[in-house]
Write a protein that binds this ligand. Structure first.
Ligand code: ACO
Length: 323
């Protein structure tokens, strides 16, 4: 039996921070941010709201759309780069608040590639017989780990969450392939310290206590890896770029997405882009984009999708799937 996503929910907090608002905070301009990134505004969590709160709201959205959707969930996997705590896991915190206490719960830490990784974890758990029905979350409050004095990083990120149910699906639907990868040789280009204030490539005592990033290095890596991993995922599934109905990329920078489109020969109007309104929401970006494309009728039953993501690690994840 193939395995795939049978339900999807999403949430972004109400508070919106526009590029014009940022102009009042430090030396920048709407024109600079839009031309370099495509981002116009982002949604930010309130003080006292954290990743688990984002995740719970996304699950509430899921329940509003699909009544009784949590019945039978026996595992919760949460991808997050901004967890409430080292432990308990954000997955366990969300599970406890949505009536899933007792289900298995674990976090997946692969920065912005995390949602694709978490889907593959869910698939593997079901294939191995450990779980039957998995709640997969991407839940983030990146706004709480960026340095708001650092104009090269804080302009990029926003908060939000996605929630998906992964389980058996009918023949002809679901996941066709996964490609996952990581290489710590680039770890110093994008990092957030935890217990140790050292990362290979970041000399001790010289790092950023908040999210540290070398934007140009991440940009070059992303352009290469989105194309490579997407092509590998298509190849593993016996597909080619012309088979894609919708490309669902991680929403980091419209110029990175454009380069992936040209690599696959997919036009921009067959690519879901919503970073202009949400910025980079890390693990929430792929489910937010997919949910939007389902709501407005772009993605339809049976469509061929390619999910591609990249992030800290440096890491990458891609999946071919039929919706
Ligand atoms: N407003 C105005 N000027 C700025 C700003 C800003 N917000 N930020 C930087 N600048 C200036 C720089 O200081 C620099 O000035 P200088 O030439 O006088 O030194 C100039 O603009 C150019 O800076 P660059 O860093 O070269 O700009 P670039 O074109 O590379 O764009 C950006 C920067 C947008 C960060 C780009 O490199 C990028 O998007 N990289 C990918 C980052 C990314 O996707 N990160 C998330 C990964 S996912 C995850 O796991 C979290």
């Amino acid at each position: 039996m193939p395995i795939g996503i049978t339900a999807l929910g999403a949430y972004t907090p109400e508070r919106v921070l526009t590029n014009t608002d940022l102009e009042g905070m430090f030396e920048t301009s709407d024109e600079w941010i839009v031309s370099r990134t495509g981002i116009r505004e982002r949604h930010l969590s309130a003080d006292g709201e954290f990743a688990s709160d984002m995740g719970v709201r996304a699950v509430r959205d899921l329940q509003d759309r699909y009544p009784d959707v949590l019945d039978g969930v026996d595992l919760v996997v949460c991808a997050t780069s901004s967890p409430d705590a080292y432990f308990p896991s954000t997955a366990a915190l969300v599970a406890g608040q949505v009536g899933l206490a007792g289900a298995g719960a674990l976090d997946v830490s692969v920065a912005c590639s995390g949602f694709v990784y978490a889907l593959s974890v869910a698939q593997g758990m079901i294939m191995g017989g450990t779980a039957r029905k998995v709640l997969v979350l991407g839940a983030e409050v990146l706004s709480k780990i960026v340095d708001w004095q650092d104009r090269t990083t804080c302009i990029l990120f926003g908060d939000g969450a996605g929630a998906a149910i992964v389980e058996d699906v009918p023949d002809g639907y679901g996941f066709q392939s996964f490609v996952l990868g990581a290489d710590s040789a680039g770890g110093s280009s994008l990092y957030k310290f935890a217990v140790a204030d050292r990362i290979p490539g970041v000399p001790v005592g010289t790092g950023n206590a908040m999210l540290g990033m070398n934007g140009r290095e991440v940009f070059k890596f992303a352009v290469r890896v989105l194309g490579d991993s997407g092509e590998q995922a298509l190849g593993k599934a016996g597909l080619k770029g012309s088979d894609i109905d919708w490309l669902i990329p991680h929403q980091a920078n419209v110029r990175i997405i454009e380069s992936a489109c040209s690599r696959f020969g997919v036009s921009l109007d067959k690519t879901v882009i919503n970073l202009d309104r949400y910025g980079n929401t890390s693990t929430a970006s792929v489910p937010l984009a997919l949910r939007e494309a389902l709501d407005d009728g772009r993605v339809k039953d049976g469509d061929q999708l390619l999910l591609v993501a990249f992030g800290g690690g440096l890491s990458w994840g891609a999946s071919a799937m039929r919706w």
